[in-house]
Design a binder for this molecule. Structure first.
Ligand code: EMZ
Length: 399
């Protein structure tokens, strides 16, 4: 009776913006979960310590397997192009990553930040003029795509094409793995590469085409693999982070007010939101030798995954892990991954979120949620809410 009552209270008090932690019991009891994925099962690691340890051990848990295999759900059936640098292991990995690191640090530059600020202000101004905004499609997707033009250093107008592709480049409403949709991206990138060969510019394509690795120029296929990752990796993840932020501040107006009064905690707030949202639930690795994880045997050529979402709620590392504590001091979250493969786009994503918070604080008094549909991923026994399929809100201006 008591249990039923508690569950009832939880449903009553559960906020729409909350992302519950479905991994708690399994993380505590055994440390892993098992997921079926297209006849290629995955052992999900759930504890912060194990996730970090295995992320670091690239020899036993490799990324450079068949293209698409470390992604869960596996994309082996819909692509042959290796995404670079994320589907490579050291030492090659380092060489390709080195080519990109300075470029991906540009979001720290003042002019980049000024342009981001201008873009995000415009998206918020448009939203403020409406009685109702569907945040995923009308707010987060355009915001993400326009910001990506800065990261690639391509014309602002290109974003309109990318917006038309929707939130995920490999998934559609009809299918979790949509080959036709993937082809739209591949064709687009092939054409963009050919254009950059004919007319080199100041964009990421041209930089890559002029770069060398392994003692030779990058091949077109390698440039393509790098661009696919840039388009795919920071798309639904950024869209979820932005949408979840709007939902969170809608239901926590005092937090928005606090950021207005204490702008110095903005950086910490971004880290905490990324910890709490964990926009990418997990990422796989392929096991290279028979071994054990959490005292559980795993065979060579099987898959494990590093569950960032679960690690970020591990109570042995984070006090009150299910609460958003905007100025959390110690925050070794793995929302951007960990070790060699930690997110290359993280500087851009952090700057985007920070700018979003700054503009919200400056222009928005409050946000009302009118309607929403949750986006829930199913991983074996775990149902993980990652964000929303749709979130209808009204933005109210700060007077
Ligand atoms: C891959 C992945 C990268 C994958 C960091 O994540 O993101 C997924 O959304 C894509 O489907 O191909 O790019």
């Amino acid at each position: 009776m008591e249990i039923v009552f508690t569950a009832f209270i939880n449903i009553q008090t559960m906020k729409k913006s909350a992302l519950p932690d479905p991994f708690e019991k399994a993380r505590l009891e055994k440390g892993f979960g098992e997921v079926e994925d297209q006849d290629d099962p995955v052992v999900m690691l759930l504890r912060h310590k194990d996730v970090r340890k295995c992320a670091h051990n690239w020899k036993t848990f490799q990324s450079g397997a068949a293209p698409g295999r470390i992604v869960v759900p596996s994309e082996v059936k819909i692509r042959d192009t290796r995404q670079i640098p994320f589907e490579l292991d050291p030492p090659e990995h380092r060489e390709y990553r080195d080519l990109l690191e300075d470029w991906f640090r540009r979001p720290l530059q003042a002019d980049y930040q000024a342009q981001l600020q201008e873009q995000i202000s415009a998206v918020i101004e448009t939203a403020l003029d409406k009685e109702s905004v569907e945040v995923v499609g009308e707010f987060s997707l355009p915001l993400q795509s326009r910001a990506l033009t800065l990261l690639l250093n391509t014309p602002y107008e290109e974003a309109e094409k990318w917006i038309a592709w929707g939130t995920h480049v490999f998934r559609s409403e009809e299918s979790a793995l949509d080959a036709d949709k993937a082809n739209i991206l591949y064709d687009y990138i092939d054409q963009a590469i050919d254009k950059a060969i004919e007319q080199p510019g100041e964009d990421l394509y041209s930089l890559l085409l002029a770069s060398e690795a392994q003692g030779r120029k990058l091949t077109k296929e390698e440039v393509k693999g790098t661009m696919i990752l840039t388009f795919a990796g920071g798309r639904d993840t950024v869209i979820n982070a932005v949408t979840n932020s709007i939902a969170y501040f809608a239901e926590h107006p005092a937090s928005l007010q606090r950021l207005r009064e204490e702008p110095e905690i903005m950086g910490r707030a971004v880290e905490e939101l990324v910890r709490y949202f964990a926009p990418l639930t997990h990422m796989g690795r392929v096991v290279t030798e028979d071994t054990q994880v959490c005292e559980h045997a795993v065979k060579a050529d099987s898959r494990i995954s590093l569950c960032w979402a679960s690690a970020n709620r591990d109570p042995s590392v984070f006090e009150n892990p299910n609460e958003v504590i905007l100025d959390r001091k110690m925050n070794p979250h793995v929302g951007f991954g960990f070790s060699h493969h930690k997110c290359l786009g993280a500087t851009h994503a952090r700057q985007l979120l920070k700018t979003l918070l700054c503009v919200l604080v400056e222009k928005v008094e409050s946000i009302d949620i009118q309607d929403c549909t949750e986006n829930i991923e199913q991983w074996g026994e775990f149902n993980r809410k990652v964000g929303f399929d749709q979130l209808q809100v009204k933005f109210n201006p700060l007077k």
